[in-house]
Design a protein around this ligand. Structure first.
Ligand code: NAD
Length: 435
C-alpha cells in the first residue's frame, strides 16, 4: 500500500521503517530539515537498536524515502499517519497545535480518498477536532476517514515492539477505513482491537497512566520497606508471581521519566478535569514520582555528608537503557540538585552523552564507568544499562576516593556489594555500610 508518515521522530520513523519492511511503499516527512538531510545520508536522528539497518535496507530497496515536503507525503499516501509531537503545555495540557497544523495541511492539499490516522498520543475527542478541521478545509471532490491508531512502542525496543506489538488498536467509524487498516497491519500477528475513535484515544492514556501508577505503587512500597526493614526486591518477586499482578513494572527505583509517562499521566489528569473528574489516584502517582527523586538526593547527602566540593560519579543519564532520550530523565533533576549543593559531577552514559551535553553545564563527560569513578567521593547508578551490571568492582573500588555506591536502579546484589566492602545504598533495601 502507499503510506505517508508526517513526523519522523521516534514514532514516525519507526512506523515508517517497519511499514516499509512489511512491503509497503512509504514516504516519511519531517519539518526538521536537518533530520531529513541526515536521514537521506543514512544518519539516524535517534539511537534505537535495529533502526539504522532497517532504514538502510528499505531505502536501498526503494520502499522508504524521506522528504521535508509534507505535500509530497499527502499526495503519495492512501493512508497518512500523523506522528508529530504532542508536548505538554506549561499547565500540562496537551499541545495540539502540531497535530492541528498537519490536519489543515492535509485538508488543503489532498485529492481523492485518504485514511488519516492519528498515531500521536492525543486527548479523547481529538479525532473529532481533526475531522472538523479537515471537513472545513477540504478540496472539492476529496473524501476521508479519520482513524485513531495509538502507538505503544517502548524506546529502546521500538523496532521489536512495532513489529511484534502486544496489540493493535484501531478506532474508526467506517468499514472502508477499518478494512484499509486491517490490510496494512495484516502481516503483523497481534490481537486487533477495533473500536470507536474516542475509546482508542482513551486506551493510550489509560495504559500509560496505569503503568506509571504501577511504578509509583512499587516505589511507595519501597519507602515502607526502607522504614520497616523489609526488602522490596523480595516483596516485588512475591507479588509478581500473582498472575493478576504480573512481574513487569515492579522495579523500585528513582521513578519514571521519558517522553511519555510524565507528560501523559499529567495530561490525563487535565483531560479528566475537563470532564469534571478529580483524578486523585493519578495525582498521587505523580507526587510519589517526584518524591522518589528528592528522596534519592537525600540518600546521597546522607551517604557523602556535605556535598559541597565533593566529586560525584554518575553512571547513566538517559531515562532508561537502550535509548539516548533525555526527556524528563531523572538524571536531570538529580544532577541539577547536586550541582546546587556544590558537587562536581563526572558522568558516563553509553549513548546519551551527546544529547546530555545540550542539557547539563559544568559536567565532566567521561569515556567509561571507570573514568567516571576515578577520584569520586561516591558513584551513582541512574540508568540500568547492562554494561553497568558487569563492572570490575575491585577496580571501581580502587578508583573511588570513598567506596560509596548509591544505586537508583537496584542492579547489584546486597551480598556482592558487601563482599567488595562498599557502602551501598539502594532503593527499598537495607543499606550496607563499609567497615
Ligand atoms: P518526536 O519529537 O521524536 O517527533 C515528532 C516529530 O514531528 C519531530 O521530528 C518534529 O520535527 C515533527 N513535526 C512537528 N510538526 C511537524 C509538521 N508540521 N510537519 C512535519 N513534521 C513535524 O516525538 P515522538 O517521541 O515520536 O512522539 C510523537 C507522538 O507519539 C507523541 O504524541 C508521543 O506522545 C507519542 N508516542 C511517543 C512514544 C515514544 O516512546 N517516544 C511512544 C508512543 C507514543
Amino acid at each position: 500500500m502507499n503510506v505517508g508518515v508526517i513526523g519522523a521522530g521516534y514514532v514516525g520513523l519507526c512506523t515508517a521503517a517497519v511499514l516499509a519492511e512489511l512491503g509497503n511503499d512509504v514516504i516519511a516527512a519531517d519539518a526538521d530539515k536537518g533530520k531529513i538531510d541526515g536521514l537521506n545520508k543514512g544518519i539516524m536522528p535517534i539511537y534505537e537498536p535495529g533502526l539504522k539497518e532497517l532504514v538502510e535496507r528499505n531505502v536501498k530497496e526503494k520502499r522508504l524515502a524521506f522528504t521535508h515536503d509534507n505535500k509530497q507525503v499527502i499526495a503519495h499516501g492512501d493512508i497518512i499517519f500523523i506522528c508529530v509531537g504532542t508536548p505538554p503545555k506549561e499547565n500540562w495540557e496537551v499541545e495540539l497545535k502540531y497535530v492541528e497544523a498537519v490536519a489543515l495541511e492535509i485538508a488543503q492539499s489532498m485529492k481523492g480518498y485518504k485514511v488519516i490516522v492519528h498515531k500521536s498520543t492525543v486527548p479523547v475527542e481529538t479525532g473529532e477536532k481533526v475531522k472538523e478541521i479537515i471537513r472545513r478545509n477540504i478540496n472539492k471532490g476529496a473524501d476521508f476517514d479519520v482513524v485513531s491508531n495509538p502507538e505503544f512502542l517502548r524506546e529502546g525496543s521500538a523496532i521489536k515492539d512495532t513489529l511484534e506489538p502486544d496489540r493493535i488498536v484501531i478506532g474508526a467509524e467506517s468499514e472502508k477505513a477499518i478494512e484499509a487498516m486491517k490490510r496494512l497491519y495484516g502481516p503483523i500477528k497481534a490481537p486487533l482491537i477495533v473500536t470507536d475513535i474516542k475509546s482508542a484515544e482513551m486506551i493510550k492514556h489509560a495504559s500509560n497512566a496505569f503503568l506509571a501508577t504501577k511504578i509509583s505503587f512499587i516505589n511507595s512500597v519501597a519507602r515502607i520497606c526502607e522504614l520497616s526493614g523489609a526488602d522490596v526486591e523480595k516483596v516485588a518477586e512475591g507479588m509478581g508471581y500473582d498472575k493478576r499482578i504480573g512481574k513487569a513494572f515492579l522495579n523500585a527505583g528513582i521513578g519514571f521519566g521519558g517522553s511519555c509517562f510524565p507528560k501523559d499521566s499529567q495530561a490525563f489528569i487535565k483531560i479528566a478535569e475537563k470532564y469534571g473528574y478529580d483524578y486523585q489516584l493519578l495525582k498521587a502517582t505523580n507526587e510519589i514520582n517526584g518524591e522518589q527523586k528528592k528522596d534519592f538526593v537525600d540518600k546521597i547527602k546522607k551517604a557523602v555528608g556535605n556535598a559541597n566540593g565533593k566529586t560525584i560519579g554518575v553512571l547513566g543519564l538517559s531515562f532508561k537503557p537502550n535509548t539516548d532520550d533525555m526527556r524528563f530523565a531523572p538524571s536531570v533533576y538529580i544532577i541539577n540538585e547536586l550541582q546546587k549543593l556544590g558537587a562536581e559531577i563526572k558522568a558516563y552514559d553509553p549513548v546519551a552523552m551527546e544529547k546530555a551535553k545540550d542539557i547539563f553545564k559544568n559536567v565532566e563527560f567521561c569515556n567509561d564507568a571507570y573514568e567516571a569513578s576515578k577520584g569520586a567521593d561516591a558513584l551513582l547508578i541512574l540508568t540500568e544499562w547492562n554494561e553497568f551490571k558487569e563492572l570490575d568492582f575491585k577496580k571501581i573500588k580502587s578508583l573511588l576516593k570513598a567506596p560509596i555506591v548509591i544505586d537508583g536502579r537496584n542492579i547489584y546484589s546486597l551480598d556482592e556489594m558487601q563482599k567488595y566492602g562498599f557502602t551501598y545504598v539502594s532503593i527499598g533495601r537495607k543499606p550496607i555500610l563499609a567497615d
